[in-house]
Design a protein around this ligand. Structure first.
Ligand SMILES: *Cc1c(COP(=O)(O)O)cnc(C)c1O
Length: 406
């Protein structure tokens, strides 16, 4: 047992969500309850939905729900599919499989293609599967942009090409929860019909708001579903006759204040700058992992840098207990890291040889370099083999990013 703890100070919570909430977002919630029938709530909500659409690169509509990510997963299925309909779910980590499980429970005829936990979706395989579906039974292809377990980032434009090349009319439905406001996302240009996202990751807001962004094709498909669930039905939410129908009940007042403040920060920074900042921070993490791995077991779970998320990095240290390292960081240093989700197999020590660094949302070099230096300290304190110079490499990487920006 250690006689000292170094952890008194400001804690850093660097799991891939919920992400760090800016003081500006927290402070925005510190006010009395507003009128939920008239006044500022109405314009503020409209402005949130408009800013989200712009951030996603879509001219489509936005439905807002009071729920977490699992809720909007269900909302997407509920609006687009009815029991007995077929849908193809693509898994590249853990989240596609979880979503598919919800579909099965709802009576959807779920087909899943699993691309494993260490690489992206292979669009050629998807194209071949869709070509084989000559009767066009598959109504939707459901996939995840960034799988938060593997930290892979899939090429959605390439997946769209697969649907088009196969001449298949299925809707393309994309979970962008972990990538939204972190990685470039171009809903209309990429041909996405429905985007699923939520407020607690790149959007820097306390958990509780989920969003569906949808185009005309999605609306037409939803109009064919005979008995949509009253709560998830997006129709009144996107075109309300009275304001409360946006929420199907009481407005989530303080989450809206928080979301507005977070979007103000994102709009002030600019989406291109937000994306390039995340890219620079991610590269700094990878540089550190490369240095650690030169004389230790640590490596980025995703080999190809073009397929790596800019929001979260999954690190494998095969045969070594990283749960101990995470425990040290949390107890001794006030730094919370993500656990190895979706790696519960003996070869990954039930997930213990894997950890994740969330670097999404409210994140700058002192926070990130502090976290990397803290992990380095944990390796040293626990005698875990690792290469030297990781923080130096991360600093060099960031310095290059800043000179490119000038
Ligand atoms: C976090 C996350 C979810 C689930 O969100 P919850 O709020 O935990 O329900 C779904 N998909 C992805 C890609 C995520 O990162």
């Amino acid at each position: 047992m250690s006689l000292v703890s170094l952890s008194s100070g400001r804690d850093l919570f660097m799991t891939p969500g919920p992400s760090i909430m800016p003081d500006r977002v927290l402070n925005a919630m510190h006010q009395p309850a507003p009128n939920i029938y008239e006044g500022e709530m109405i314009g503020m909500t409209d402005s949130i939905l408009a800013d989200l659409a712009e951030l996603a690169g879509t001219k489509g509509k936005v439905a807002l729900y009071i729920c977490n990510g699992h809720g909007v997963w269900e909302a997407a299925i509920s609006n687009l599919l009815e029991p007995g309909d077929s849908a193809l779910f693509l898994n590249s980590g853990a989240f596609g499989t979880s979503w598919a499980g919800i579909g099965r429970t709802m009576g959807i005829d779920v087909e899943e293609i699993d691309f494993g936990r260490c690489g992206p979706i292979d669009s050629q395989r998807v194209e071949a599967r869709l070509r084989a579906d000559k009767g066009h039974r598959i109504k939707a292809v459901m996939t995840v942009h960034t799988d938060t377990a593997s930290s892979v980032r899939n090429d959605i434009a390439d997946l769209r090409r697969a649907l088009d090349e196969a001449g298949h009319p299925a809707l393309l439905v994309v979970d962008s929860i972990a990538s939204f406001a972190c990685d470039r996302y171009e809903m209309d240009a990429w041909g996405v019909d429905v985007t699923v996202t939520a407020c607690q990751k790149g959007l820097m807001t306390p958990p509780g708001l989920g969003y569906l962004l949808l185009n005309d094709r999605a609306q037409e498909a939803a109009n064919q579903v005979p008995f949509p669930s009253p709560y998830w039905d997006w129709r009144s939410r996107i075109e309300p006759e009275v304001f409360y129908q946006r929420f199907y009940g009481t407005a989530p007042t303080h989450l809206l204040f928080a979301q507005r403040a977070a979007l103000d920060m994102i709009v002030e920074e600019g989406r291109e700058v937000v994306w390039s900042r995340h890219a620079a921070l991610a590269r700094a993490v990878w540089a550190a992992v490369t240095a650690w791995g030169a004389d230790g077991p640590m490596r980025c779970n995703i080999d190809d840098t073009a397929c790596r998320s800019h929001a979260v990095t999954t690190i494998r240290a095969d045969g070594h207990d990283m749960a101990r390292m995470r425990r040290w960081c949390e107890d001794q240093a006030g730094l919370t890291l993500g656990l190895g989700l979706g790696f519960d197999l003996p070869e990954y020590m039930g997930g213990k040889s894997v950890f994740r660094i969330g670097h999404m949302g409210h994140m700058n070099p002192p926070m990130l370099l502090g976290a990397l230096a803290t992990i380095d300290t944990a390796f040293k304190a626990l005698g875990l083999a690792h290469g030297g110079g990781a923080v130096e490499r991360a600093a060099e990487s960031l310095s290059k990013a800043s000179s490119q920006a000038l």
